[in-house]
Design a protein around this ligand. Structure first.
Ligand code: HEM
Length: 441
């Protein structure tokens, strides 16, 4: 089988009656996923009563992500996320997408990146200032704390008191963690429990906090040049502004799309470096030569090519958006088979990035492959493709690279347990809890 030959359709073996492949996905998700390309380039997998077609062939991934007349961001997953967090750029169906994208795009223009990067530098400094030599921190949690703080401060809380921004960040953390559980097991909200209370409290705090920020923005009339300022200025064809609820939805989905993706790649990069001393040594050498000892800023990045390659390689091995889902909207042919409308198609970037026909020794963490030119760029798609390609690509890349450089220049992180991490494929492919001991370099 080769991605350049005609793609094959196949079926995953081992389906259970009624449950299909859900038991495999629950107990050994990555081993199950890893087995799929052996059965074809598009593989049918049963999830309970539903069938999904998992696509790992580069040309077909490209087709699904760019052919918007046949594939849409509709279906059960998006409906549930929209019900929980609202209808924003990252979750809206094709019909509303163009207008929403036009509104938000300017919030990510290069001129603003300078300001965002200053916040990233300051927040990374604030995070690591709390670290003590010998202490153990959960790197996954710490990375998430960093990216939610950066999202709140850059996208919609300019000029807001730090305490209010921190409260909002705390609420957001509970919400984003809770969304996945509620998407896969909505029943958790039917029974009273401490988790349900925590989630509901966070939701209420989030709504009150965002409403207060919106009111403060409206009252000040200042254009902060961030996502919320842009959204406040939007008018529809009848001259009406977005409601507070619609503004809150946009902000929530923006943060949903950006915070855990970026924190996950940072946590993976730190873990991969801890497990690969030769790559860590090369990184340290680059950081020691290029940095002057002060806070790491965006101006340092051009002198840190290997650090950038570590982030790119972590994105290859563990793409946070590991599975991009689409629903077929009209009968369409894929790998010689016609899929009826309503079929679920999953572009599995995790498997695409590990195809051995495309990447030499694909499971090996080797940041050096980037400088060696051993990466087919059209098969490395951690930010997706086409009209819905990630709007925060530069934001997420700069944030992960700055944070990695700042952390690795001062700290050595050693996993408390030598056991390999057990990746958790949820909305984002997270490394799960990563307790690591801190040593000053
Ligand atoms: C390393 C970090 C990131 C990764 C790997 C990532 C990945 C992706 C991918 C694969 C998509 C396409 C989804 C699809 O086609 O359905 C996407 C879309 C999106 N991302 Fe990111 N993302 C990252 C960071 C960010 C950040 C930091 C933000 C915002 C601050 C962000 C905001 C968005 C939004 C709003 C969309 C929807 C775009 C649209 O539909 O037009 N992302 N992201």
């Amino acid at each position: 089988m080769s991605p350049t030959s005609a793609p094959r359709h196949g079926r995953a073996p081992g389906a259970w009656p009624l449950l299909g492949h859900l038991p495999h996905l629950a107990t050994r998700p990555l081993a199950f996923l890893d087995s799929l390309p052996g059965h074809g380039d598009v593989v049918r997998v049963r999830m309970g009563a539903r069938t999904a077609h998992v696509v790992t062939h580069p040309a077909l991934v490209r087709r699904v992500l760019t052919d918007r007349s046949s594939f849409d961001r509709s279906g059960i997953l998006y409906e549930k996320v929209r019900a929980l967090l609202g209808n924003g750029l990252a979750t809206c169906p094709n019909a509303e997408h163009r207008d929403q994208r036009r509104v938000l795009r300017p919030a990510f223009r290069p001129a603003l990146m300078e300001r965002y990067a200053d916040v990233m530098t300051a927040e990374t400094e604030a995070l690591t200032a709390r670290w003590r030599p010998g202490a153990v921190v959960d790197v996954t949690e710490e990375a998430f704390r960093l990216t939610t703080a950066v999202a709140v401060r850059t996208l919609f809380s300019a000029g807001i008191a730090p305490r209010a921004a921190e409260e909002l960040r705390e609420a957001l953390e509970v919400l984003l963690r809770g969304v996945y559980t509620r998407v896969v097991a909505p029943a958790v909200d039917r029974v009273p429990s401490p988790d349900r209370r925590r989630y509901r409290r966070a939701l209420a705090r989030w709504r009150t906090g965002v409403a207060a920020i919106i009111a403060a923005y409206r009252a000040s009339g200042t254009d902060h040049g961030d996502a919320l300022s842009l959204l406040l200025a939007v008018r529809d064809e009848r001259g009406r502004a977005l409601s507070d609820a619609a503004l809150g939805d946009q902000v929530a989905t923006l943060v949903l799309a950006g915070a855990e993706t970026t924190s996950s790649v940072l946590a993976w990069a730190l873990r991969l470096l801890a497990d690969h001393p030769e790559a860590a040594a090369r990184l340290h050498e680059e950081l020691d030569t290029a940095l002057s000892g002060g806070p790491v800023t965006r101006a340092d990045l051009p002198r840190l090519p290997y650090t950038g390659d570590v982030v790119r390689e972590a994105l290859r091995l563990y793409p946070p958006a590991w599975a991009i889902t689409r629903t077929v909207t009209r009968a369409t042919e894929l790998a010689g088979r016609t899929l009826p409308p309503g079929s679920i198609v999953i572009c599995c970037l995790y498997l695409l990035h590990r195809r051995r026909e495309l990447f030499p020794d694909p499971a090996r963490f080797d940041p050096g492959r980037w400088a060696a030119g051993d990466v087919p760029r059209d098969a490395w798609l951690p930010f997706g493709l086409g009209a819905t390609r990630c709007v925060g690509e530069a934001f997420g890349t700069v944030e992960a690279t700055l944070a990695l450089a700042a952390i690795a220049s001062r700290w050595r992180l050693t996993p408390v347990s030598p056991r390999p991490p057990r990746p958790v494929p949820r909305l984002v492919l997270s490394p799960g809890p990563q307790p690591m001991r801190l040593t000053e370099r």
